[in-house]
Design a protein around this ligand. Structure first.
Ligand code: N6E
Length: 167
């Protein structure tokens, strides 16, 4: 141990870090609004987030992001592009690697499912207090189309430390 605050980003050996969960997030951003979900189950249930979930064997991260958005909201995202990457190291040993996508549009009508409630927010009114604490750190880069990478440590859903790199 280094004796610094518990589990800072620099305490993690990222060179050997091997995620046990590979996941995605997708944000449809259209007409100065972003399509979010109130998540009903799974990791982060009760929070607001983008649609997304774990990558299935044999699918690409982008295929996963589109599939999860279809499953959770019954819409098909279009104009999808990678926006950034997130590394989450939890004190309980959970290691989540998440690829974030941005979409310009979608086909279909956002619909509540067993997994999620669709919610639109204007870009100056995103409800960060109801989201994972890291989201607020990288969301501006997502909006500005600046590639980002964020490494963060968490204890349960409490953010301990984070390092963002952009550009
Ligand atoms: C720690 N800070 C975090 N900040 C922002 N987003 C976070 C997150 N930690 C996890 N996430 C997202 O949460 C989803 C989990 O996936 P999750 O819903 O459990 O997967 P999936 O739909 O496959 O669920 P089942 O395994 O079928 O229950 C997935 O989008 C992942 O990126």
């Amino acid at each position: 141990m280094t004796g610094r605050s518990p589990r800072s980003v620099d305490d993690v050996d990222w060179a050997t870090w091997d995620p046990n969960i590979r996941a995605t997030l997708l944000f449809v951003i259209r007409d100065e609004q972003v399509l979010l979900i109130h998540k009903k189950r799974g990791i982060g249930a009760g929070k607001i987030n983008g649609p997304g979930g774990k990558i299935d064997p044999g699918e690409t991260a982008m295929e996963c992001a589109v599939r999860e958005t279809q499953e959770e909201l019954h819409v098909t995202a279009t104009g999808v592009a990678e926006a950034g990457r997130l590394w989450f190291d939890f004190v309980d040993g959970t290691k989540i690697h998440c690829i974030v996508f941005r979409a310009d549009d979608f086909d279909g009508e956002p619909t509540e499912t067993d997994e999620a409630v669709p919610l639109w927010f204007t870009l100056d009114d995103v409800p960060f207090e109801r989201m994972w604490q890291d989201d607020e750190l990288w969301f501006p880069s997502l909006l500005n189309r600046v590639p980002f990478e964020l490494k963060a440590t968490f204890d349960d859903d409490q953010l301990l430390d984070a390092q963002l790199s952009v550009g």
